[in-house]
Design a protein around this ligand. Sequence first.
Ligand code: NAD
Ligand code: MN
Length: 369
Amino acid sequence: MKTYRIATIPGDGIGKEVVPAGQRVLEAIAARSNTFGFAFENFDWGGDYYRQHGAMMPADGLDALRDKDAILFGSAGDPHIPDHITLWGLRLKICQGFDQYANVRPTRILPGIDGPLKRCAPQDLDWVIVRENSEGEYAGVGGRAHQGHPIEVATDVSMMTRAGVERILRFAFRLAQTRPRKLLTVITKSNAQRHAMVMWDEIALQISQEFPDVRWDKELVDAATARMVNRPATLDTIVATNLHADILSDLAAALAGSLGIAPTANLDPERRYPSMFEPIHGSAFDIMGKGLANPVGTFWSAVMMLEHLGEDAAARQLMAVIERVTADPSLHTGDLGGSATTAQVTDAVCALLASEAAGGTAATDVKAA
Ligand code: NAD
Ligand code: MN
């Protein structure tokens, strides 16, 4: 029996609600298995930790995570601490510290969810956005001088390295190759950003030659937003820079019904370090502490974690159960127009997992049913 060591980092806001829900669901999926289980270790890092210790996480925090098989993360962001401190002090520290350079964001319209696009059938929107997650606009390079004076200056320098662009494009082409349509759209802004983005285009052409069976095209990021809305079926796998893909993936989540559903994986594809799985939403100050957060984004992230761990059957089972739950409007949370609570959705997922364990039904059968 294999035991996976999982670090849970709820962080702030609704992260404290959805991560325990995600842990319960992972425990329920493990209870069905006689081949694997989980050993969870929780870390209370985030805004409260910052108020006590003056930092979002301990200086040697990465060492406590290093030997884990994966990390389940909630959100960093506290109403009383500036966002750049919470983000850089926790989430980016882990992503960059563990060189989780590939951020993978699948988007689909799940059963029972009513997306906002009136001419888009559910099957028309089936995307995976690959976000460069280690450099670019979020390299952290820049500075400020003469603060408060009329000559004040501030810079955020976007840094793109050949090594960084090659590895994310190779990752994206490889991912596109595993999907049925073998179709990749490379997004840039190489008309206006005439140095790094032009290099990005050149490297895309170079890497494409390693993948002759993948069809690919290019789109400027502004045009890409319109294409996502007007011609969603023309997209499949998408690769973009750190900032561009951050913005596009919130749009993608909204087009698929809600930010509360969307998952993400921060991957170190070389597996030198643990990878980190999290819903793409933030702390949601407006609903935190009320038990109203949609936990589906976290559950779908748990599916991605299971896939990363090589537990493909369990991943399929959990995804099938999630889709059964989203198909039932009485289990929709407020972001989907319903009135279900985090606990009710979580209970429903756990109950289905338990009943199928008892009945011995495989999830692939559930999906077909
Ligand atoms: P947000 O995702 O927290 O919220 C945007 C809107 O979506 C809110 O109305 C919120 O109620 C709703 N929403 C989000 N997730 C939901 C869920 N699971 N269920 C139901 N409704 C949900 O984005 P924001 O308001 O821009 O940011 C709030 C804080 O979170 C900021 O401090 C920000 O920096 C931080 N943040 C952190 C991360 C992260 O750690 N990965 C990501 C995004 C934002
Ligand atoms: Mn974002």
